[in-house]
Design a protein around this ligand. Structure first.
Ligand code: ATP
Ligand code: MG
Length: 407
C-alpha cells in the first residue's frame, strides 16, 4: 500500500525541495498507516507559496496556483495533481471557515488540523511525525478525536462536525473491532454545535455529505448523528437510518458500489416538494437534482412481476436511472426474498438496457409519399406508439406497412 510514495512523480517532487522541507500530510499518511487505499497525496512545506513556486520553476515542474491565498500550489506531474500547501496556523475564524496565516513551525500546522489522526506527517523515507503526540496511538485504536479543545475546534469551522462523522463512517467499520472509539468530548462538541452547520455554504455541506454517504458502511456514523440531533439539522428530509441500513445491506449482497444519492433516497427523501427544496438548499448539480426529482416524481406504475416487454416499455418511458433507483429501493425495502429478487431483476434489466432508436425518420415517410406537415407529425407519433407498444420489436418494413393501413 506504500506504492504511491514511490511514484516517479513523487520522488521528483521531493528531489526538487531542499532536504526536510517537504512532507506527506493528512489523508495519505493516515490511510497508509491504516492499510487503506490512498486517494490523493497531500504535501506540506514550511516554504511560502512564492518560495514553492521558485523551487518548482527551478526544477521545471508544472504547477497551478490553485489556492495561493490558502497557501496551496497544485503540482502536475505525469498528468496527476499533487497539492503542496504551506504550513499554516489558525489566527481567527467566523465559524464558516478558519482564517489562517503562514508559519514555519510543523507543530503549529498540526494544531490547526481537525482530527489527531489527520495531523500526521511523513518523510519521503517513511519516517512518521506526530507533532501533537496523539495521532499515531489514536489511529491505531481508530479513536476519533479532535486536536486540542473539541468545542473550540468545532466552533472555528463547523464543517469539522461532518468531517468527524465522515472519518467514523470510512474508518470505524474497518477497524478490527468494527467500530473504533468515539471521543466523548468530540461527540459532545458536535452535538452542542450542530446548529452551526446551518451557517456553512451549501457547496461545502453537500460535498462533505456525499463523501460521508460514499463510505463502505456509513450506518453507524449516521445512527450516531441521528441520536445526537445532528442528522436532523443537516438532512431533515432524509433521516431514516433504517432505510439506510437496508440499502447498504442490499449493496453488499448485490455488489453495488456505494451510491450516495441512492442512499439519500433510501433515507426517506421522497416527497416531491421536499426534494426540490433539498436539491436547491444543497445546490446540487443538474444531474443530481434531475435524478432525485425523477425518483420523487413517481409518475409511472411499476410492476416487478410484469413481462419483459412491459418492463422495457416502462424503462423507455420513465428513463433507465429512475427505474434502477426505484427498483433497488423497493428491493432493499422488501422483507420477502422472492419479491426482493424480482425487484432486483427489474433493476438489472434496466442496468443492461440500451435505449433503442426509432427505425423511421421523416425522410422515410416522405419517400413513402407522405406530405411534410402536421399530418405527417401525427402519423409519425402513431407509428412510434405502435413501435413502443410492440416492445420495440417491429422493424422499418413492418412500420411502413402499418403506415399504409393508417391511410
Ligand atoms: P481524503 O483526502 O482521504 O478525503 P483527507 O484527510 O486527506 O482525506 P482532505 O480534505 O484532503 O482530507 O484534507 C487534507 C488534510 O487537511 C486533512 O487530513 C486535515 O489534516 C486537514 N483539513 C482539511 N479540512 C480541514 C478542516 N476543515 N479543518 C481542519 N483541518 C482540515
Ligand atoms: Mg486528502
Amino acid at each position: 500500500q506504500y506504492a504511491w510514495m514511490r511514484e516517479p512523480a513523487v520522488s521528483q517532487l521531493f528531489k526538487a525541495f531542499p532536504k526536510g522541507q517537504l512532507r506527506f500530510v493528512g489523508g495519505c499518511v493516515r490511510n497508509a498507516l491504516m492499510g487503506e487505499a490512498v486517494a490523493d497525496v497531500d504535501l506540506a512545506t514550511p516554504l511560502t507559496p512564492d518560495a514553492v513556486i521558485k523551487v518548482l520553476d527551478a526544477a521545471s515542474i508544472r504547477h497551478i496556483p490553485t489556492g495561493i491565498d490558502h497557501g496551496t500550489v497544485t503540482v502536475i506531474i505525469d498528468g496527476k495533481p499533487y497539492e503542496v500547501t504551506s504550513l499554516r496556523k489558525d489566527v481567527e475564524t467566523d465559524g464558516r471557515r478558519a482564517v489562517v496565516a503562514f508559519t514555519t513551525d510543523w507543530t503549529e500546522d498540526a494544531y490547526r488540523r481537525d482530527l489527531t489522526m489527520n495531523a500526521l506527517y511523513a518523510d519521503f523515507d517513511g519516517t512518521v511525525y506526530d507533532p501533537c503526540g496523539q495521532g499515531v496511538d489514536d489511529l491505531k485504536a481508530r479513536r476519533f478525536r479532535f486536536v486540542g479543545d473539541a468545542d473550540a475546534r468545532v466552533r472555528e469551522d463547523y464543517l469539522r462536525i461532518l468531517r468527524f462523522f465522515r472519518f467514523i463512517a470510512w474508518y470505524g467499520s474497518t477497524h478490527k473491532d468494527g467500530q473504533g472509539v468515539i471521543d466523548a468530548d468530540a461527540l459532545r462538541a458536535c452535538r452542542e454545535n450542530a446548529k452551526g452547520l446551518k451557517t456553512l455554504s451549501a457547496e461545502r455541506i453537500w460535498s462533505e455529505t456525499k463523501k460521508l454517504l460514499s463510505a463502505p458502511d456509513p450506518c453507524r456514523a449516521v445512527r450516531i448523528m441521528l441520536t445526537n440531533d445532528i442528522l436532523d439539522t443537516l438532512l431533515p428530509e432524509a433521516s431514516n437510518s433504517v432505510g439506510l441500513d437496508a440499502i447498504v445491506a442490499l449493496e453488499r449482497r448485490e455488489a453495488i458500489k456505494p451510491d450516495p444519492l441512492l442512499r439519500l433516497m433510501a433515507m426517506g427523501a421522497r416527497e416531491p416538494l421536499a426534494i426540490v427544496l433539498l436539491t436547491k438548499r444543497l445546490k446540487m448539480s443538474n444531474s443530481e437534482s434531475t435524478r432525485l426529482r425523477a425518483w420523487a416524481d413517481d409518475a409511472t406504475a411499476l410492476d416487478p412481476n410484469a413481462d419483459d416487454r412491459t418492463k422495457r416499455i416502462a424503462i423507455y418511458t420513465a428513463g433507465k436511472q429512475v427505474i434502477i433507483d426505484r427498483a433497488r429501493i423497493r428491493a432493499a425495502g422488501s422483507d420477502d426474498p422472492i419479491k426482493s429478487s424480482r425487484w432486483m431483476s427489474l433493476a438489472d434489466l434496466a442496468m443492461g438496457w440500451t435505449r433503442p432508436t426509432f427505425p423511421l425518420t421523416g425522410k422515410d415517410l416522405i419517400k413513402a409519399g407522405v406530405e411534410p406537415g402536421e399530418a405527417m407529425g401525427k402519423k409519425m407519433a402513431a407509428l412510434k406508439a405502435l413501435w413502443v407498444r410492440s416492445g420495440f420489436s417491429v422493424d422499418k418494413d413492418k412500420l411502413l406497412m402499418a403506415l399504409k393501413l393508417l391511410g
